[in-house]
Ligand binder design. Structure first.
Ligand SMILES: [Zn+2]
Length: 264
């Protein structure tokens, strides 16, 4: 392995450890911490997810400049068209597969962790693991949505970068750099991991609650951590209904750290 790659990997490992430590000290609604084993597992898998997404974005930042028709870019300086390849071009199908492969393991583990937290909290053992059929299905569904959403956002970012370059009359080299920079973004990886881990965990917990016959659910928010959700703190609805914010379960918005209590 080249020296640069080795350095990059050891930096990534160090960053994963730091982010895991940071997350433990963040504001989490207390239901996440009820069992220390599942909370530890959630933090570890979320840090892994962040690192997987960051690595994917790094690869995309290297590939994406090749998805632009640069011959057309020169012409675009006066025309209004955009030289980015279409979403149905095979290179984008390949990107979607790469992202899917990158995140499926971490998401599957987090869905399983949510189910296991339910087992421990409510004292009902269903034998949930990352090999359970319901966990695998739920993870696949979530990953499909995540891949579509992230790819759309990436394409928007590239289109915007090209527009900026055209507006500035930049050379192809500068325009390629602009695309790479906007995509290789650790903050975006952190935001995606933050939000998707809550989604995956809450999906696993909900599947457990449905399977074990829970009747209602109560939204639990942390006012300090989640001011957007404070108005529905303590709201209780039937398990098959949505809350007054229109959501079936957290997350309600990016970086939401709310929890749910299921009532039997
Ligand atoms: Zn919230």
């Amino acid at each position: 392995m080249a020296q640069a790659d080795t350095n990059r990997l050891s930096l990534l490992n160090a960053r994963r450890e730091v982010s895991q430590g940071l997350r433990a000290s963040e504001d989490w609604q207390p239901s996440y911490k009820r069992n220390s084993e599942t909370f530890k597992a959630l933090l570890a898998h979320e840090a892994q997810l962040e690192s997987d997404v960051a690595e994917y974005l790094f690869r995309l930042s290297r590939n994406a400049p090749n998805y632009v028709d640069w011959a057309q870019y020169a012409g675009s300086l006066k025309a209004a068209s955009n030289p980015l390849l279409n979403a149905d071009d095979p290179v984008w199908a390949e990107e979607q597969l790469d992202l899917q492969r990158a995140v499926i393991d971490a998401i599957t583990l987090i869905v399983a962790t949510g189910g296991q937290a339910g087992e421990l909290t409510y004292g009902i053992d269903l034998g949930i693991s990352n090999l359970s059929k319901s966990v695998l299905e739920a993870a696949r569904t979530q990953v499909a949505g995540l891949v579509t959403g992230m790819t759309e956002t990436s394409r928007d970012l590239i289109r915007e970068a090209i527009k900026q370059s055209i507006a500035r009359g930049e050379s192809v080299d500068l325009a390629r750099d602009r695309i790479s920079k906007v995509l290789n973004n650790p903050v975006r990886a952190e935001l995606v991991a933050h939000t998707e881990s809550v989604n995956a965990y809450q999906t696993g917990l909900k599947n457990f609650a449905v399977e074990t016959g829970a009747k209602t659910k109560t939204w639990e928010s942390l006012a300090r951590a989640c001011p957007l959700c404070a108005p529905i703190d303590g709201e209780t609805v039937r398990i098959d209904k949505t809350f007054s914010n229109g959501k079936d379960r957290p997350s309600a918005h990016p970086r939401c750290r709310c929890g749910l209590i299921y009532n039997y």
